[in-house]
Design a protein around this ligand. Structure first.
Ligand code: OGA
Ligand code: MN
Length: 202
C-alpha cells in the first residue's frame, strides 16, 4: 500500500519525505493549474493566523495562495482523493481521528520566504498533520526555497522543493521555514484537521 511508508515514518519519527510520490502527469498538471490560477489573478497574498486575527505581513511570509475546493478541476480532485486515502489510512493505523483535509496552491515569487513557524494556531489546535507536495520540475540548488525543518535536538534538515515529492509532518511538533527562493516556487500545501473548519468562529 503506497501510504504505508508514510505511516511507518510518522509513527517512528513524526515526519516523512517521499520522493516522486506523485506521477509526473499529476505533478505537471497541478503545476499548470497553479500557473493558470496565477494568470487569472486568482492567487492572493497569504495571511498569518485565522479569522479576525488574520493579517498580511510580508516580513513573515511572501507567498501567494488559493485554496482548493472539490469540483474545480479533475486533477485537483484527483489530488484531494489521494489525500483522503492517506487521511483514512492515518485514522486506521495511527488513530488520529482526522476529519478533513484543506489545502492551497502556494507560489513564492523570487525573494519570497516564510519565517520559522509552527502550523498550529495558538487559538486553534485542529491542524494535526501537514502535507506539502512540490511542483517544481526544473529546480536547481541555486534556486533556493528549501524547506528547513528544525528538530528538537537542535539539528536541521533542508528539503529541496522537488517536483512530485511529498513531505508530511505532525503540524504541532516541527518548527519550519521556507528559505528565500530565487525563482518562482510552486507547491500545494495542506493540513489534515481534527475538526472541520466550519465549527470554528471564522
Ligand atoms: C506553510 C509552509 C512549507 C512549504 O505554508 O505553512 O510551511 O515548503 N509551507 O511550502
Ligand atoms: Mn508551515
Amino acid at each position: 500500500m503506497q501510504f504505508d511508508p508514510i505511516i511507518d515514518d510518522l509513527a517512528e519519527h513524526g515526519w516523512s519525505l517521499r520522493h516522486s510520490f506523485l506521477s509526473d502527469d499529476l505533478t505537471l498538471g497541478l503545476a499548470a493549474e497553479c500557473r493558470k490560477r496565477e494568470a487569472q489573478g486568482a492567487l492572493a497574498p497569504a495571511g498569518i493566523g485565522r479569522g479576525d486575527a488574520l493579517t498580511i505581513r510580508e516580513g513573515i511570509r511572501g507567498d501567494q495562495i488559493q485554496w482548493l475546493e472539490p469540483g474545480q478541476s479533475p486533477l485537483c480532485d484527483c489530488y484531494l482523493e489521494l489525500m483522503d486515502g492517506l487521511r483514512l489510512r492515518m485514522n486506521q493505523t495511527l488513530f488520529l481521528g482526522l476529519e478533513e483535509f484543506e489545502c492551497h496552491f502556494a507560489l513564492y515569487p523570487p525573494g519570497a520566504f516564510y519565517k520559522t513557524h509552527l502550523d498550529r494556531f495558538r487559538d486553534d489546535d485542529s491542524r494535526c498533520v501537514t502535507a506539502v507536495v512540490y511542483l517544481n520540475p526544473d529546480w536547481q540548488p541555486a534556486d533556493g526555497g528549501e524547506l528547513r525543518m528544525h528538530f528538537a535536538d537542535g539539528s536541521q534538515r533542508d528539503i529541496p522543493p522537488l517536483a512530485g515529492d511529498l513531505l508530511v509532518f505532525l503540524s504541532g511538533e516541527f518548527p519550519h521555514e521556507v528559505l528565500v527562493t530565487q525563482t518562482d516556487r510552486l507547491s500545494l500545501t495542506g493540513w489534515f484537521r481534527r475538526r472541520p473548519a466550519d465549527v470554528l468562529a471564522l
